[in-house]
Design a protein around this ligand. Structure first.
Ligand SMILES: NC(=O)c1ccc[n+]([C@@H]2O[C@H](COP(=O)([O-])OP(=O)(O)OC[C@H]3O[C@@H](n4cnc5c(N)ncnc54)[C@H](O)[C@@H]3O)[C@@H](O)[C@H]2O)c1
Length: 369
């Protein structure tokens, strides 16, 4: 079976012998663009679609091959008895995440759950889902797509290789604002912080492991911030929420420094690995061209051929994350990425920002993996 992390030979849906019977809750914009289409590359049979708006549920079922549609997810779960449920919904009027209760219902109906992020709005809610998942004996996986970017997967491989040395520091830039401190605990004011922190949070946790201490500073013009992080591993880092950046700018920049080596990802798709190398002699070296054996390695996709690897479904991790989930369910082995433990660590980060004033160090209790 091709690995979801290295899909060098992706199978098309109809080429699988065994497929999951899946239901889908939510027929909105993101799922239309980025989640339903991934089923073309995973062992998934879409049997039914549910949306509170009947016309959308019917249209999505028609378009993506679902046999039936519903407006009540409980009725769908009861009648269809699916192996797995995909949930891509939104927020309640009070700012809570709709997927939290829907995932509980799906687990109670005996289905494995794949949910888009965010799956919850607090550490306590993630813990309830973890308990419910264990009670039901069913997996919950969350769409932490960044953990499936080919570039981020490769960074993980590089920083864990002996040649890189220990990952000693990290810098991550992501344009996100935070509400003023007095308003931040209000879920409605922190909607986009909650919605987006899963993206940089997923990268930081995946690459560097648990954060044990955090301090941040906040500016009031754009709501941007810079945090200083210390990881349980002993490494340090900076998380720069670059609110105020131009809408024409790439969103992300990532750099991890090892011991004599570093790796950079620009814009999610351009990866440069500066391997351990000696700098040309100071004041004497006439050329910056260093030996081929230690020269930097650069990867970026070509955009000429109609390939899978240059399609956003793969570049942005959507198809690999769905494949990872389907493989986990079919093999009976829990997902190793997009886990509830990852989400718990991300919610700890969120709560640290929401509950702690700028300039005050906050200790974070590591989550057992
Ligand atoms: N990973 C990513 O790249 C990415 C990008 C965009 C959005 N998202 C996430 O995707 C989710 C959806 O975003 P969106 O912009 O598509 O939202 P949306 O509002 O367009 O879609 C949500 C849909 O869920 C339906 N819904 C809500 N409650 C329901 C219920 N109980 N039963 C059935 N249907 C229900 C709504 O009717 C709506 O059609 C959000 O969690 C967002 O954070 C992720």
């Amino acid at each position: 079976m091709p690995s979801a992390d290295h899909p060098d030979h992706v199978r098309y849906n109809f080429e699988y012998e065994r497929r999951l019977r899946a239901c889908f809750i939510g027929a909105g914009g993101h799922s239309f663009r980025n989640v339903y289409p991934t089923f073309r590359y995973a062992p998934i049979d879409l049997v039914a679609v549910c949306d509170t708006t009947a016309e959308r549920a019917a249209s999505y079922a028609h378009l993506f091959g679902g046999e039936r549609h519903y407006t009540d997810h409980r009725e769908m779960l009861e009648r269809e008895r699916p192996d797995a449920v995909f949930i891509v919904t939104s927020y309640h009027p009070d700012g809570r995440v709709q997927a939290t209760d829907l995932a509980m219902d799906a687990l109670a109906a005996g289905a494995h759950v794949w949910s888009e992020k965010p799956i919850a709005a607090s550490v306590a809610e993630v813990d309830s889902l973890t308990d419910a998942s264990a009670r039901a004996g069913r997996f919950v996986m969350v769409g932490l797509k960044k953990q499936f970017f080919p570039t981020i997967t490769k960074v993980k491989e590089i920083i864990e290789s002996p040649a890189f040395g220990r990952a000693s520091s990290v810098y991550l830039r992501y344009p996100q604002d935070m509400a003023p401190p007095a308003e931040r605990a209000d879920l409605l004011r922190s909607r986009w912080l909650l919605d987006h922190i899963y993206h940089p949070g997923a990268i930081i946790h995946y690459l560097m492991g648990p954060i044990e201490r955090l301090t941040y500073e906040w500016e009031g013009w754009n709501g941007g911030s810079v945090a200083s992080l210390r990881f349980a591993s002993g490494a340090v880092g900076t998380f720069h929420m670059a609110a105020g950046a131009s809408g024409s700018s790439p969103l992300e920049r990532l750099e991890v420094v090892g011991e004599g080596a570093n790796v950079v990802v620009e814009n999610g798709v351009r990866l440069t690995y500066y391997r351990k190398a000696t700098r040309p002699a100071y004041g004497r070296g006439a050329s910056f061209i260093i030996a081929d054996e230690t020269a930097p390695l650069v990867w970026e996709p070509e955009f000429s051929l109609g390939q899978l690897y240059n399609n956003n479904m793969f570049l942005l991790g959507y198809a690999p994350e769905v494949l990872h989930f389907a493989e986990a369910v079919l093999s009976g082995r829990p997902p190793t990425k997009g886990t509830l433990a990852d989400c718990r660590a991300i919610m700890q980060l969120y709560e640290a920002y929401v509950r702690t004033p700028a300039g005050t160090p906050v200790a974070i209790q590591p989550t057992d993996q």
